[in-house]
Design a protein around this ligand. Sequence first.
Ligand SMILES: C[S@@+](CC[C@H](N)C(=O)[O-])C[C@H]1O[C@@H](n2cnc3c(N)ncnc32)[C@H](O)[C@@H]1O
Length: 236
Amino acid sequence: MISTIKRKLVGRSIGDIIALFWTNLSYLLKYYTPSNIRARRRDKKFDARFGTHTSGSVEFANLDVPEEKIRTGVRYQPTGNGVLDEFFERIDLPIEDYTFIDFGSGKGRVLLFASNWAFKEIIGVEISHMLHDIAAENIRIYKNPDQKCFNIRSECIDVCDFNPPQTPLICYFYNPFYEEVFRKVIEKIQKTYNENKRPIWVFYNDPTNKHVFHESEKWSVIFETPDIGIYKISES
Ligand SMILES: C[S@@+](CC[C@H](N)C(=O)[O-])C[C@H]1O[C@@H](n2cnc3c(N)ncnc32)[C@H](O)[C@@H]1O
């Protein structure tokens, strides 16, 4: 416990510590709302049905992540059942041409959800070897009659070092890292767009850093609530 707190606080400024405190407090408040308690029960049912292991949360400081990265990432916590439907019911895309990428994919729950849509390819990007190994095993054992995409993989790499493929993209984020890393990833997505112009969408669950899109002329806000945001790179 003490060593976890130490790992979380090392190298942070007072401002960072206050931001961390608020992030954790808001996480705790959301964690115990009746709807989230119900969602966690549904999550356990998902694992019980498919024999997967995607439930539970793990503090980022307790993961096998390099010391210097500890203050950049948010805990593992899986996306709830039905969340992806909330995005897909708002847009209509030729999904077969698209790659779906989960930036900070953890145990791979969202990769499995996404495979119910007929994507060209589904990729998870996860920094922790421990979580990546669990995701790879989940992908291997997942058998669902509704599954339409079988081209799925988890890559164990820092999102900052990941290069997206040259296809149209749906980039999914479930509040996975703090602003510094988020900005780097969004800049990288803009760069890949400038090199090869194609449709690029962001599905943002718990959009803590949505101001990054508001501030930039490069992105259009397609849909936004306090819980989810859909953004599209502007054609230029
Ligand atoms: C809130 S969890 C989301 C898990 C998954 N996307 C889901 O929705 O079920 C955030 C994940 O991002 C990962 N993460 C944080 N920083 C990362 C980085 N720099 N590169 C890759 N993954 C990272 C964490 O290890 C964690 O598994």
